[in-house]
Design a protein around this ligand. Structure first.
Ligand code: SAM
Length: 481
């Protein structure tokens, strides 16, 4: 029997089934243990105002106790601390991105995904000209940061194809537009391929675990290379070996029991920290959605919105420095609640079909899943500002080499107001000047002026103001601290 060891590079040792079962028992036993819960909440609380400016990450056992607890007052405290943590480490900025679907060719048999090998969706793969058209359409909306997506197919979408697309994306520039950070969500691959992705200048490598429950995993991925649970689960270790130190985790909620998934997810984060000295850069929280021949009701572990929000809040407390991403799989209503419990990145105006952005109308035939939030980017930006969030198009960190533990130390040092905050305001100004509707522009300029006042350093404030005037009065772009 495998023994739990967060430092091990073996999937069954760092995501250890017995340890998860014991954690769930421990959480159940302690879910009304107020003394323990108080201690855990006290540990998680951010100490921003007390000069000791960071709360501690929680262990998977501690975080699982919070998730299991059903006491309404405790849940209110969890939500409140989640919001405090988000504001302490990430401020009121929300980073915006869009997915770009390159190819839906896939040789896997994932039963929840319309790309599965027997699926009847029309197969499509973008040519480099089509990639350029998609990128221009995305730039013309105002996007600066993309997550590229592709099915797994070594013949149709080999790594060389992905690398060529990345090169095309970075080298396409329309008017003042540019894509400055390409994150990559493709199937688990070799350390050598991760090294090539790193050399191509990718931001985060994202791979959803789908489920941490090995037995379910094997059933849900009955055929194809993705069937190999260990290879999939150990992918982030190979990515780190290949030099990628920003990696993004995620679970596809609805496939298996959420408490099991949650414990596995936090254990995965603990493992990355223990084995590589740097935790996950982001965690995504997708839920299974309706798609071509996929009926989400077939999976009997779907979770109600309230539980979903609670999961996000508990992730926020467990791994305070990790960005948290919610996509347009979720409705405006759910995304609004998610923003209050610690989400730091959202996608906007997404189209999940291959070649969807260059089309006048949203195409449905090759969609990966139904998009719930179908608002335009301008509407999303406006909505964020009305609700007090600064939409940020910033991509400075990784371009300045602040990846992995260097990003984490920026986060922990509390220097965000002197660095990320002005960067957000400058990139928001780019958006407002180049792409916003008159109403959004007016609202945004007011927000930028107010938020500039919050920059503590006088010299940084002056430089930021100077740059913002430069953006408004000329075609000078891409300022960053
Ligand atoms: N093919 C890559 C892989 O194997 O990891 C990733 C690309 S896939 C386009 C991105 C993610 O979409 C998957 O990891 C899965 O979690 C999610 N997904 C698949 N089917 C879905 C569905 N019906 N509803 C919501 N998300 C889904």
């Amino acid at each position: 029997m495998a023994i739990y060891d967060p430092k091990s590079l073996r999937a069954d040792e760092f995501i250890n089934h017995e340890e998860i079962l014991e954690t769930l028992e421990y959480a159940e036993r302690n879910k009304n243990n107020i003394e323990l819960i108080d201690q855990i909440l006290e540990k998680a609380r951010p100490r921003f105002m007390e000069k000791e400016n960071h709360g501690a990450a929680l262990t998977h056992r501690e975080a699982s106790v919070l998730l299991a607890c059903e006491i309404p007052e405790v849940n209110e405290r969890i939500f409140k601390i989640a919001e405090e943590i988000k504001l302490a480490y990430y401020g009121n900025r929300i980073v915006i991105f869009a997915p770009l679907y390159l190819s839906n060719y896939c040789v896997n048999g994932c039963v929840y995904c319309p790309y599965h090998i027997d699926g009847k969706i029309p197969r499509k793969k973008l040519t480099q000209d089509e990639v350029r058209r998609e990128v221009i359409a995305l730039q013309d909306m105002g996007h600066k940061r993309l997550a590229i997506e592709a099915g797994e197919d070594p013949v149709n979408n080999p790594i060389e194809y992905i690398l060529e697309c990345i090169d095309t994306i970075y080298s396409t520039q329309h008017e003042n537009g540019s894509i400055r950070r390409v994150n990559v969500n493709i199937a688990a691959t070799t350390a050598e391929n991760y090294r090539r992705l790193k050399e191509a200048g990718i931001g985060t490598y994202i791979l959803f675990q789908e489920t941490y429950h090995k037995e379910s995993y094997l059933q849900l991925h009955p055929t194809g290379p993705k069937h190999d649970y260990d290879y999939h689960t150990e992918a982030m270790d190979r990515a780190m070996e290949g030099g990628i130190d920003d990696v993004g985790l995620g679970v596809l909620f609805g496939l298996d029991k959420y408490k099991y998934e949650f414990a596995g997810l936090i254990m995965h984060a603990e493992h990355l920290e223990a084995a590589h000295g740097v935790g996950p850069h982001t965690i995504s929280v997708p839920r299974v959605k309706r798609a071509a021949d996929i009926d989400p009701d077939v999976f009997d572990n779907s979770i109600p919105d309230e539980t979903f929000i609670k999961i996000m809040a508990c992730i926020r407390l467990a791994v305070p420095y990790t960005g948290m991403i919610i996509s347009t799989r979720e409705s405006e209503e759910v995304r609004a609640k998610a923003l209050q419990v610690g989400i730091s990145q959202i996608s906007g105006a997404s189209r999940t079909s291959v070649g969807g952005y260059a089309e006048e109308e949203r195409p449905h035939d090759t969609e990966q899943f139904d998009v719930s939030d179908q608002r335009t980017l301008d509407e999303v930006v406006n909505w964020l500002m009305v609700n007090g969030h600064i939409p940020s198009f910033c991509t400075a960190c990784y371009r300045e080499g602040r990846t992995g533990d260097r990003f984490m130390s920026l986060c922990k040092s509390g220097q965000i107001l002197n660095c990320c905050h002005p960067n957000a305001l400058m990139t928001l100004t780019e958006y407002l000047v180049d792409y916003a509707s008159p109403e959004t522009r007016e609202l945004g300029f007011r927000m930028v002026a107010d938020e500039l006042e919050r920059i503590p350093s006088e010299s940084i404030r002056a430089t930021a103001l100077d740059n913002i005037e430069g953006i408004k009065g000329s075609n000078r772009r891409d300022f960053r601290f």
